[in-house]
Design a binder for this molecule. Structure first.
Ligand SMILES: *Cc1c(COP(=O)(O)O)cnc(C)c1O
Ligand SMILES: [Zn+2]
Length: 419
């Protein structure tokens, strides 16, 4: 990656080399990857990107690891779908769904993990690890298998069964911890101090890992014909994804791929809105109360993949949302289930609970006028519904059950359906 200049503290701007570092020794601020944007601008073009693979690695110039050694299951370049039927239901105009349910392990986490494990291998790590709310565990176990690395993933013991099975099938170690995600994360942060030859993707490799989410912005801009949308709606767990989507649009402007100067289609005009669940809404609560800090909470929600009570990037996400003129709101578990059904019935996309929160919040912000009908809107649908079947199972099943005969079918009489 010839364009990486090093790392820099997000708080005090002190520089660091591009090694397995994640916090500033001076102020304990998080570190960030620094690129030579002038050099990137000199080579990057839409044609160069289009000639690349149909994965996140088409944007390798803007990623912190070499595509030559990519740990790649094909993450990214997922469909951006025009959602006219959903837009009509919500009173919106031009609405698009970024359908990240179709990634290799069924969530956007494949983007961040592909980048993290590629970098981990470059740095010489042999063991891949993580603290996970579920989807990250799936993705780390799968990518480690692909790379021939060992994996040891840590999850809260009350996760959805599908996420546990889908992690263990890849043959790594799965450590279930009796506690919340925040307990798991604290444990892993301690372990990372002792197990220094393990790549904890969202702890000691976090600086690189988080960069993978920028591709959510790059792809949307490319798929819209190289401009940024007016408004994006993003689920907020740790807040990393939202921050990196903003960074992604900024970078595209810096390297000349989308319009600059504050006009339409440029990065400065993108309004960012965040979605949480009522049962874990520390960022939405801070937004609503005008607070300048995010107070940790104890999560209780079916949207387990965003159930992070003490979000590492919460304050950064809050600032970005406020500066952009967006909002952070939350939805109840019932609203989440309803929104999963609405997206499925209107657009044929089956999403998990975190995405249900995103669609429910999209609906609320449309109703309250924060998201306007004259805006081009993109909602990020980040995970697959097959992993959270339990959430929707109570309202789903056969319409009728009949013996195998014509008479029985006709006699049963399907209701609400004109033949
Ligand atoms: C992890 C996750 C999120 C939240 O991403 P953050 O970067 O932690 O904010 C959203 N949706 C799904 C499906 C996830 O797995
Ligand atoms: Zn610092």
């Amino acid at each position: 990656m010839p364009f990486v200049q090093g790392l820099r503290c997000r708080e005090c701007s002190r520089p660091y080399p591009a090694e397995a570092l994640h916090v500033c020794e001076w102020c304990f601020g998080p570190l960030e990857v620094v690129y030579d944007y002038e050099a990137i601008a000199a080579v990057i073009t839409p044609e160069r990107i289009a000639a690349g693979p149909q994965t996140i690695w088409r944007y390798a110039d803007l990623l912190p690891a070499s595509p030559l050694g990519a740990v790649d299951l094909g993450a990214g370049f997922t469909p951006l779908v025009r959602a006219d039927r959903l837009a009509a239901e919500l009173g919106l105009g031009e609405l698009w769904i970024k359908n990240d349910t179709v990634n290799p392990t069924g969530s956007f986490k494949d983007r961040v993990v592909s980048v993290a494990l590629t970098k981990a291998r470059e740095l010489g790590f042999k063991v891949a690890s993580c603290a996970s709310t579920g989807n990250l565990a799936n993705s780390v176990a799968a990518h480690a298998a692909r790379a021939g690395m060992h994996s040891v993933v840590f999850i809260p013991s009350d996760l959805e069964p599908a996420k546990v099975i889908m992690t263990s099938v890849f043959g790594g170690q799965v450590v279930a911890v009796d506690g919340s995600y925040d307990d798991v994360n604290r444990l892993c942060a301690e372990l990372a101090g002792d197990y220094q030859d393990w790549a904890f993707v969202n702890i000691n490799i976090r600086t690189y890992y988080a960069e993978g989410s920028k591709t959510l912005a790059y792809e949307v801009a490319e798929q819209l014909g190289w401009h940024a949308p007016d408004h994006v709606v993003v689920p907020v767990g740790s807040g990393s994804q939202l921050c990196k989507i903003a960074k992604g649009f900024d970078e595209l402007e810096k390297v000349g791929l989308i319009p600059a100067g504050g006009g339409p289609g440029g990065a400065g005009r993108v309004r960012l809105s965040g979605a949480q669940a009522d049962g874990c809404s520390p960022v939405a609560t801070a937004f609503a109360s005008g607070a300048d800090h995010v107070r940790p909470v104890k999560p209780t929600t079916i949207a387990k993949s965003i159930a992070i009570g003490n979000p590492a990037d919460g304050i950064y996400a809050l600032d970005l949302v406020r500066d952009s003129g967006g909002a952070v709101a939350s939805a109840s578990d019932a609203e989440i289930v309803e929104a999963i059904g609405l997206l499925a019935r209107t657009e044929g996309i089956f999403a998990e609970t975190a995405a249900g929160a995103t669609i429910a919040v999209l609906a609320k912000l449309a109703a309250s006028g924060v998201i306007r009908p004259d805006e081009q809107v993109v909602a990020y649908v980040t995970g697959n519904g097959l992993k959270t079947l339990d959430a929707v199972a109570p309202g789903c099943g056969p319409t009728i059950t009949i013996p195998p005969s014509m008479e029985a079918f006709v006699a049963a009489g399907l209701k609400g359906f004109d033949q």
